[in-house]
Write a protein that binds this ligand. Structure first.
Ligand code: ZN
Length: 111
């Protein structure tokens, strides 16, 4: 039973005793509980994102001014160093017009 489901039962009890102050207090508590549930969801999402970033960071290899990610079998990449270092975005780089060069469409940085 979720937190909000518990409030449904409490509101029924408040109705039964016909106590307006109790009903108002329950409404305040329900609103706060819903805010805390939303905050909890947001924090869980942030933790998951940070763990994913840590996992990627632990598998990164620098080569030729780009990052490559070791998936245990092969290296995936190249990925833009600037986008990862500044924004924690894993942006795949494109081959440049000059052989051996590559660039990032996200930050337009040519290497
Ligand atoms: Zn970039």
């Amino acid at each position: 039973m979720g937190l909000v489901d518990n409030f449904k039962d409490l509101f029924k009890l408040a109705d039964a005793v016909n106590n307006l102050d109790l009903y108002k207090k329950l409404t305040e508590l329900q609103t706060r509980a819903m805010e805390l549930e939303e905050e909890n969801r947001t924090l869980k999402d942030e933790i998951r994102t940070i763990r994913e970033q840590q996992d990627i960071s632990g598998r990164m290899i620098v080569n030729d001014n780009s990052y490559y990610v070791d998936d245990g079998k092969q290296l995936d990449g190249p990925f833009c160093m600037r986008c990862w270092d500044a924004d924690r975005k894993l942006i795949r780089e494109r081959k440049g017009a000059t052989p051996g060069t590559h660039f990032c469409l996200n930050c337009r940085l040519t290497k």
